[in-house]
Write a protein that binds this ligand. Structure first.
Ligand code: 3PG
Length: 215
């Protein structure tokens, strides 16, 4: 009998799916579906749909229902009510910029894995006490960048990070080269102008370049 993966294994699998998790801000389900299809076609399956627009949940649900091969996730999850809502919408994982106590309680009770944000050794250690081994390092570039994260690899080797915030095609490699980085997150794959213009070929090309990054 197969043993069910625990939530840390589930989030590890999401982070292993591709070198980049695109951070997406969309407000139109049809556009979200087209965008997700373009990303998946380029080799980027895990997609973080941020809860920053009025119809973000609908966009997430549309991707979950209609995009074969996508691993839809919910980003900017801040409250316990949102944990319940994204579960219903069909998210497979959740991402938060931080790790507030009530959110962590809701996440512990949810079947969905959470990738919580942390920026200091103390925040990371508090999450390790709760069993987290996979964290978002946020906001990566201004919190200290790749050099900061590299300095944490020796004292906290158990933790694997998805640095996010200020990451681009140009500097992603600096992070992906680190032993404690599993993948990076960023909005550059869902380039605003390409999404607005419906230029899905351009998105697929960006996704292909991101999928080919070495880690
Ligand atoms: C965000 O919170 O918007 C994400 O961290 C993405 O950051 P980026 O736009 O700098 O990639």
């Amino acid at each position: 009998m197969a043993i069910a993966m625990d939530k840390q294994q589930q989030v590890e699998a999401v982070m292993a799916a591709a070198p980049v998790i695109p951070v997406v801000i969309v407000d139109e389900p049809a556009k979200a579906v087209a965008l997700a299809r373009a990303l998946v076609a380029g080799g980027i399956p895990a997609i973080e749909v941020t809860l920053r627009t009025p119809r973000a949940l609908e966009c997430l649900a549309a991707i979950a229902a209609e995009v074969e091969g996508a691993i839809p996730g919910a980003g900017t999850v801040l409250t316990s009510a949102q944990v319940a809502a994204v579960e219903t919408a069909g998210a497979k994982f959740m991402v938060s910029p931080g790790a507030a106590p009530k959110l962590l309680e809701a996440a512990a009770a949810s079947p969905l894995p959470l990738l919580p944000g942390a920026a200091t050794a103390t925040e990371m250690m508090a999450l390790m006490e709760r069993g987290y081994r996979h964290l978002k390092f946020f906001p990566a570039s201004v919190a200290g960048g790749a050099a900061y994260l590299k300095a944490l690899a020796s004292p906290l080797p158990q933790v694997k990070f998805c640095p996010t915030g200020g990451i681009s095609a140009e500097n992603a490699g600096d992070y992906l080269a680190l032993p404690n980085v599993a993948c990076v997150g960023g909005s550059w794959l869902a380039a605003e102008a390409a999404v607005a213009a419906g230029d899905w070929d351009a998105i697929t090309k960006l996704a292909q370049e991101a999928a080919a990054l070495r880690r």
